[in-house]
Ligand binder design. Structure first.
Ligand code: APR
Ligand code: PHB
Length: 389
């Protein structure tokens, strides 16, 4: 089989890239290790920056997002007995859109299916070959049969556990990592959200987040120990702990109910450099991970897709390799700023096991500065709504 762009991974990065390229008449084949149902079963953050919304529009996939997504013009931050709001639109003129990543991925699958896009599911043993030449190819196995896909370019959109990153020789690759000493226990419940905007809470018992999917579906998280298992936490224990970490007024109003999903995610910051090797380009979680505080994972994947889409268009439409040559540098410049923001926001909001009395005072000073200083709020708002592409 032959195509122009071989895309490894059918998560949001791979699907968005495939759909954008299709709208410009550039062919691709997506190779996905799992099934569509499996991909759509994953629950991830759901806060979209304007840049991602614009890409979904360009991909022709934004109708449901506009109809069902919620525009949020600010967020609440609490610590101790204090709570304040950071107003995104007042500081930046931009809101964010709350719309679940699962729904966004579903919209992309629907669009690919409507357009007759080629997605191969259940692929095994995906290998990248000759990426440092002008004739790369990908080999893989489906239903026990070996296959070969020849292409002009390979997009490695296969997430943190994918194979694409490993295809860049070790002596050319540099990895940067920070692992946080806690996780997030998250639940989804068919209850109305406690507040119409998100609440990020720093409490002496640890971080908590009140988020949502829609008026009837809430998403809540509490910081937990890395040794905890979801089954260690009954629903009642979760609700009790959440109420102790958020301001009393919200805790009193919180509507609880059975969880329909419960899981624990570790927190990690990770970046690999470069994001390009020859004709292989890494996008999204394949190249970088952020802790979920601030919901930058999907949005950073989107900015990679934007730069790669522009570069490939420039190549096919104008015969220029300028965009391709600049891809890694441009993508990484933005990635590192999102890494910094996610690290800062995580550091501000969590309790660390080894935090000294001094560290705690510094954290409170940082929160009080943010509460009282317009410039600090503007800087936070600019990062939260998304830095420009
Ligand atoms: N071959 C083919 N597909 C693979 C392989 C492989 N060897 N390894 C992984 N995959 C698939 C996974 O099954 C998954 O569907 O690649 C896809 C990668 O999807 P994600 O992990 O969702 O990564 P990405 O598309 O970059 O999405 C960005 O933003 O909010 C964050 O982490 C969150 O998923 C989110 C990400
Ligand atoms: C979520 O709704 O899952 C969510 C929202 C904001 C975050 C992280 C996760 O910062």
């Amino acid at each position: 089989m032959k195509t122009q762009v071989a895309i490894i991974g059918g998560g949001p990065s791979g699907l968005l890239l495939a759909q954008l390229l299709h709208r410009r008449g550039i062919e691709s084949v997506v190779l996905e290790r799992k099934t569509k149902d499996y991909v759509l079963g994953r629950i991830r953050a759901g806060v979209l920056e304007e840049g991602l919304v614009a890409l979904m529009e360009e991909a022709g996939c934004a109708d449901r997002l506009h109809a069902e997504g919620f525009t949020h013009e600010g967020t609440l931050i609490s610590y101790g007995d204090e709570m304040f709001r950071v107003d995104f639109t007042a500081h930046t003129g931009k809101p964010v859109v709350v719309y679940g990543q699962t729904e966004l991925t579903r919209d992309l699958y629907d669009a690919r299916e409507k357009a007759g896009g080629h997605i191969v599911f259940n692929v095994a043993d995906v290998r990248i070959n000759d990426a440092d030449t002008n004739a790369p190819f990908v080999t893989y196995v489906v239903d026990g049969a070996a296959q070969r896909l020849d292409c002009d370019f390979i997009a490695g959109c296969d997430g943190f556990h994918g194979v694409s990153r490993q295809a860049i020789p070790l002596d050319m690759r540099r990895e940067y990592e920070k692992v946080y000493p806690f996780g997030w226990l998250g639940i989804l419940s068919e209850t109305p959200p406690v507040n119409h905007e998100l609440i990020y809470a720093n409490s002496p018992r640890g971080f908590a987040l009140c988020s949502m999917r829609n008026e009837r579906l809430s998403r809540y998280y509490i910081q937990c120990s890395l040794s905890d298992k979801p089954d260690d936490w009954t629903d009642a224990a979760f609700w009790q702990e959440l109420k102790r970490r958020i301001p009393a007024a919200q805790a009193d109003q919180l509507v609880t109910g059975p969880s329909i999903e419960k899981s624990i995610a570790p927190l990690r910051s990770f970046v690999t450099e470069p994001m390009r090797w020859g004709r292989l380009f890494l996008c999204g979680d394949a190249a970088h991970i952020v802790p979920p505080t601030g919901a930058k994972g999907l949005n950073t994947a989107a900015s990679d897709v934007h730069y790669l889409y522009d570069a490939l268009r420039d190549f096919y439409e104008n015969g220029s390799e300028v965009g391709i040559d600049a891809y890694s540098e441009k993508a990484l410049a933005r990635v590192w700023k999102a890494e910094r923001f996610s690290w800062w926001f995580s550091s501000l909001m969590h309790r660390y096991p080894d935090q000294s009395a001094f560290d705690l005072k510094i954290q409170v000073a940082d929160l009080e500065f943010l509460r009282s200083n317009k410039a600090a709020q503007k800087a936070m708002a600019e990062n939260y709504v998304g830095l420009p592409y």
